[in-house]
Design a protein around this ligand. Structure first.
Ligand code: SF4
Length: 342
């Protein structure tokens, strides 16, 4: 499918000069558009055989699949795989990766980002977004390592990788980010980053989705399948420390058991979920002052959720790697009622 808009990709790197073309598919609304635009450019350059797509899964923390009135709405990891396949990437060239650690039986098990927050002792903050590095960037970079080792031996030079992301200029931290830049150079790999839809607006993205060949996540709507874009404005961790308060109130209503687990971490460690809001307060507000109608409530009662609970609680039994002094020094806003804001 052609991107079919007046937009041209932000700058045009020479795709044929790369050994590996690696779109990062989050499963969100922007990554679908990005992969469409990117795969158009790939087809023009005749290098489709160099593409491998990656999804850094946040496991239980990301929006799961839900069933409403007999209709199943896919979860975020499924959407990422769909975004890959729809624009021509074979299934065996879509890779889902997640952070793992050794299990007692010698295999490896998922090491959740929430467990990492519990073990670290502090939640991520503006200026210190360690969650993105821990749960996404490092995981994908590590997944490249065996490929890079093999390709470097075959090619006889450092492997040139183009990391392609769906980030747009819609936030202060993103506006100044270059649409194209080098992010790593060493003797094994040269990694450039390209943001082909950096200049797309949110309205452009929503308009694209009206005729898109892939569904967007149910969490963007007030209820699954409604199609009103009145749900959460983002789609990654269900409870993102950088989300707007309305998003968080909605998420607390949609995933009450997961919100309670974040609150356990907050209460045990003494750090607040955000510098300005405790999740404990958001949960109380949602119950007592009212919050947006969640539209759907996730049960979060399966074995994966139980495993997450056990892992997080085990991490809380151990001294944190960081004292939460930094967070305690931050100014927290007093409880001001539940007026939702976007
Ligand atoms: S969604 Fe938010 S909390 Fe989750 S990894 Fe991304 S920035 Fe961090």
């Amino acid at each position: 499918m052609s991107s079919g808009t007046a937009h041209r990709p932000a700058c045009n790197p020479d795709l044929a000069s790369y050994d590996l073309l690696a779109p990062q598919l989050s499963g969100g609304k922007d990554s679908a558009v990005m992969n469409c635009v990117f795969m158009d450019a790939v087809a023009r350059a005749g290098v489709a055989d160099r593409v491998i797509s990656y999804h850094a899964s946040l496991d239980v923390l990301e929006w799961p699949a839900v069933v409403v009135d007999g209709v199943r709405y896919p979860g975020v990891s499924e959407l990422a795989a769909l975004q890959s396949a729809t624009f021509g990437i074979p299934a065996n060239r879509h890779v889902e990766v997640t952070r793992t650690l050794p299990a007692p039986d010698g295999t490896r098990m998922v090491h959740s980002l929430l467990t990492e927050m519990a073990a670290y002792g502090r939640f991520p903050r503006m200026g210190s977004p360690y969650c993105r590095k821990a749960a996404k960037e490092s995981v994908v970079s590590a997944a490249w390592t065996p490929l890079v080792t093999r390709m470097k031996r075959e090619l006889g030079h450092p492997v040139r990788i183009l990391k392609v992301m769906g980030l747009r200029s819609d936030g202060p931290d993103r506006k100044n980010r270059a649409a194209f830049r080098n992010i790593q150079t060493n003797s094994a790999r040269i990694v450039d980053e390209w943001l082909p839809i950096k200049e797309w607006s949110t309205a452009d993205v929503k308009a694209w989705h009206t005729t898109a060949p892939v569904p967007y996540s149910w969490t963007y709507d007030s209820a699954p399948g409604v199609g009103d874009w009145a749900g959460t404005s983002r789609c990654s961790c269900s409870l993102c420390v950088y989300a707007a308060r309305r998003d968080l109130l909605l998420s607390v209503g949609r995933r009450p058991r997961l919100a309670d687990l974040y609150a356990e971490v907050e209460q045990t460690r003494g750090d607040s979920f955000r510098a300005d809001w405790r999740i404990t307060d958001l949960i109380r507000h949602a119950k007592t002052c009212g919050a947006p109608d969640p539209g759907v409530i996730c049960a979060d009662d399966g074995p994966d959720f139980t495993a997450l609970q056990q892992q997080v609680r085990a991490a809380l039994q151990v001294e944190p790697r960081k004292e939460p002094d930094f967070a305690r020094r931050n100014r927290r806003l007093p409880c001001d009622g539940c007026t939702p804001s976007r």
